[in-house]
Design a protein around this ligand. Sequence first.
Ligand code: HEC
Ligand code: HEC
Ligand code: HEC
Ligand code: HEC
Ligand code: HEC
Length: 495
Amino acid sequence: MTFSSAGGRPRLPLWVFFGVAAGAALVTFVVTALLTNIFEKKVEASNGTPRIVAVTGQDINDAELWGQTYPLEYDGFKATATFTPTNHADALVPVTGPRQAVVDQLGYDPETRTETAESKIEADPRLVTLWSGYAFSLDYRHARGHEWMLTDQRMTLRVLLRDQPGTCLNCHASTVALYEELGDGDTMAGFDVMNAMSYNDVTQLATHPIQCIDCHDPTTMKLRITRPALINGLKALKASEGILDYDVNRDATTQEMRSYVCAQCHVEYYFTSDTKTLTFPWANGLDLDQVFAYYNEIGFTDYTNATSGAQVLKAQHPDFETWSAGVHAANGVTCADCHMSYQRVGNQKIANHQIADPLANVNATCGVCHTASDQVILDRVETIQNRFIQSRDRALDATVALINDIAAAQAAGVDADRIALAQKFQNQAAFYVDYAYSENSYGFHAPDYMAKILTESLDAARKGQLALLGQTEAELAPSDVAEANLEKIVVTGKI
Ligand code: HEC
Ligand code: HEC
Ligand code: HEC
Ligand code: HEC
Ligand code: HEC
């Protein structure tokens, strides 16, 4: 059917047109009002409450209070305590050794206190060499549900056996009340106070893992950013794009917020050396090459590798940055679309608050946009992840070989200049492969981007080994063709 004004239909007087239009509007209004009323009644009947109601009360920092108004979201939220397997973490394991003592001391429920997520360093001892001397070489595990974030942090040997700053709590506890308390009502001031305190002092003040209030405004129920590190990080990122004075809570779209609430924590970060302020390294941009350049410009490294003596960076869960570089982000598909997909409960459509593995229900999640069968989709993810693991393993083997070669070269008295250059390449090889390793989707969030990162890691490891054999930085520079191609990419700005 086409809409054309050139038809031979006779023209009616104007009053007929307006009369009909007004009549139609009235009918529409009545019908809509009736339907809305029926809909509201149905919704109310299904759980006794209309959808958006402000939450108030003394226990506003406790999800339980919110659960009285929003029981369905609360059920999902509580379910984050239940373990859900992923493609690469299929079970919990018993808590043993020094960790058991702490669990006993904290008096956890006997049903749950004996288990924790599987160890990644036991499964892959190469990581111990990669991080030799650093706290991560003591204990590093798979992630599990949000309900465990505070417990698991308190129980890790990284905290039990090493001093940590209060900064760690920014992403492992409900902090809205904490910031206010420490800053006398001023969140930003509270953030500074918290970062300057010791872990042990802050953890005593922390009462809950993440709660509703950490993602929602209790009055409007709108998503909001409560973490100063993300507010500052996005301000720096936007400034690098020429947007000055960006305020995420004022300027972000609803759609962007569906990823930004997660970016409060699921990002690469560092603590400034002097004040231990939680900072996201985004002043040059989100791309790993820009992040690495940023760290080099400010002269920051996290620790000295005990095997090779190199000063190196440690990467941590860059889930948001990696997603940003992928095809889903480019199409406006957010974290919540996959990890909190809508589900129907009775007459309501709600966001699944058991934030977990999207593959647990492929049809309800991926099936919203992809028409292939569940099995085809699952196979596709597995293929992406398997290819990722093959590349990652080669890059990590090469990085570990470089670390051991540097140690051997030092023992053999090789020239200090060669060692220094090899250590510089180790920093890049290690940081890049670590970035890919600690990103939690095994390549799925952005497969081609991960392939590039692992190639760069592998290349840096190769160059480090050649540096030990005497090649100079100039000899190891990219070819003219590679350099020219890189410039073209920088000019188009599309990475
Ligand atoms: C910017 C936010 C952020 C900060 C700061 C942070 N974490 Fe985490 N942490 C996370 C996220 C997100 C995860 C889940 C993803 C993962 O395991 O990679 C996590 C996972 C963990 C885990 C469970 C998995 C593992 O690594 O064994 C432990 C334990 C942990 N963090 C300890 C710490 C300690 C100790 C500090 C301070 C040195 C800290 N975290 C600081 C965000 C943060
Ligand atoms: C306050 C910080 C914080 C925020 C905000 C946050 N996370 Fe997490 N997330 C964590 C930590 C910490 C863990 C690891 C907990 C553990 O292992 O004990 C985690 C674990 C996870 C897991 C693993 C769950 C499992 O069952 O294995 C997923 C998936 C996840 N987060 C996704 C998200 C998404 C999606 C969002 C946004 C809607 C989000 N997170 C917001 C800190 C956060
Ligand atoms: C297009 C869908 C999709 C989007 C969008 C997406 N993810 Fe994922 N995510 C996945 C899949 C698939 C996996 C791999 C699950 C597996 O291996 O079983 C995953 C894995 C994860 C994990 C590890 C889960 C675990 O239990 O260890 C975390 C954490 C995570 N994503 C966080 C995020 C965050 C944060 C965002 C937004 C910045 C995001 N994801 C966007 C599909 C998505
Ligand atoms: C990690 C962040 C996070 C936490 C914690 C969180 N939510 Fe949400 N919530 C979301 C996201 C994302 C949406 C989807 C919002 C959108 O589409 O605009 C949402 C949506 C909602 C909605 C709108 C209706 C719906 O289900 O889509 C309600 C109501 C809600 N949440 C209640 C709660 C309650 C109650 C809690 C605590 C028990 C809670 N949320 C905890 C992120 C969170
Ligand atoms: C809200 C819509 C939406 C959801 C939900 C969604 N996708 Fe996608 N997906 C897209 C779009 C759009 C593309 C871009 C390609 C296209 O235009 O078809 C895409 C592309 C892909 C690709 C090709 C990736 C690449 O790098 O080229 C894979 C694989 C994929 N999706 C898997 C999944 C899986 C698995 C899930 C569920 C965990 C999922 N998607 C959920 C919209 C979605």
